[in-house]
Design a binder for this molecule. Structure first.
Ligand SMILES: Cc1cc2nc3c(=O)[nH]c(=O)nc-3n(C[C@H](O)[C@H](O)[C@H](O)COP(=O)(O)OP(=O)(O)OC[C@H]3O[C@@H](n4cnc5c(N)ncnc54)[C@H](O)[C@@H]3O)c2cc1C
Length: 300
């Protein structure tokens, strides 16, 4: 079945197939946002779909007689549903259910906060490349373990790795002119990099010192990085669940409760359950939808 869908996605194109197989990383031309925009467009064209955006779910309850759900929204609206596929972060979901123990294990795993730093360097006047060719680099856990300084003491969060965007996803730079720009006919070139910081390292709530990060990156790269022409920090608070030992068993127990106490009508997916990668999340969504179609009892 996956193979059939692979063909639908265009894998019958041999060149595309070859390119994808040899790719270390892939994205979309205008960034990963294209995926969400494409999904929204497709759903909006579907008359049986009603999208409710920009409003939080504030509560979920199951009527044990009718086996139907009531989903309460922050704007006061309620939605009746025969089935729910929840892709909410698990700690959020746990606060929406009738009791925190309605579904087990939702708050066991901690979440890591990751700071992303986008950097753009103008390199027209640089003779040496800023970095070697390749995807980038990841920094392994220090032999002595992670820095245990408190968040406030640690001004610069540990660097986890750097992606060389211009080298690994050059096709995304199609709109950037490499000619002109300075008015003198000089060739203007840009190099994009993305540094990931934090995760297991404590992240200071104070502003991160860009110069200090650049100094660290310069040491890694064996060069002196120039001032970037653009930079932006993104703080992704509690964004990546870290599965503690026993996660697979806990997920199995959770699914058993969902089958028995919730008649299989509540499916829980997302990064907190079956894998944090985008493809894990997409696959879990597809499987949950298929299971509901197999169950077939849609009447409210
Ligand atoms: C910095 C970073 C880099 C990453 N890089 C990669 C990568 O290169 N490749 C890869 O495969 N994966 C990557 N990941 C992982 C991947 O992006 C995530 O694990 C995945 O997007 C999580 O998807 P999700 O749908 O489970 O959660 P989310 O995308 O977090 O979605 C949860 C949604 O629930 C909504 N929500 C919360 N509360 C409520 C509420 N009460 N009512 C209604 N809605 C609510 C939120 O607004 C949010 O939209 C990265 C993650 C991070 C943080």
């Amino acid at each position: 079945r996956d193979e059939e869908e692979g063909w639908e996605l265009g894998f019958e194109d041999e060149e595309w197939d070859r390119t994808l197989k040899s790719a270390a990383v892939f994205s979309f031309r205008d960034g990963i946002e294209e995926l969400v925009e494409g999904l929204v467009r497709a759903l909006e064209e579907e008359p049986r779909v009603e999208l409710k955006t920009g409003v939080d779910v504030v509560g979920v309850s199951l009527d044990s007689e009718t086996k139907s759900f009531e989903i309460r929204l922050a704007n006061g609206e309620t939605v009746q549903a025969s089935h729910i596929i929840s892709a909410l972060p698990l700690p959020v979901l746990s606060t929406l259910l009738p009791s925190p123990t309605s579904v087990p294990h939702l708050t066991v795993n901690p979440f890591a906060t990751v700071m992303v730093l986008n950097l753009v360097f103008a390199t027209a006047h640089f003779k040496e490349p800023l970095h070697p060719p390749g995807f980038g680099y990841l920094i392994p856990r220090p032999e002595v373990g992670y820095d245990t300084q408190s968040e406030e003491e640690s001004k610069t969060p540990g660097i986890l790795g750097v992606v060389f965007d211009t080298a690994s996803l050059a096709a995304q730079d199609y709109s950037v002119s490499v000619e002109g720009g300075s008015g003198s006919g000089d060739e203007v070139k840009f190099i994009k990099m993305t540094a990931m910081l934090g995760g297991p390292y404590p992240i200071s709530s104070a502003e991160i010192d860009l110069d200090e990060v650049l100094t660290q990156l310069s040491v890694h790269l064996g060069t002196i990085l120039p001032k970037p022409v653009y930079h932006k920090f993104h703080r992704n608070a509690n964004s990546i669940p870290t599965y503690l030992p026993g996660h697979v068993d806990r997920v199995a127990e959770m699914r058993k409760v969902l089958e028995e106490d919730w008649s299989g009508r509540l499916k829980i997916i997302g990064a907190g359950v079956g894998g944090v990668s985008m493809s894990d999340c997409i696959k879990a969504g597809r499987e949950a939808a298929r299971e509901i179609v197999r169950q077939g009892d849609f009447v409210l």
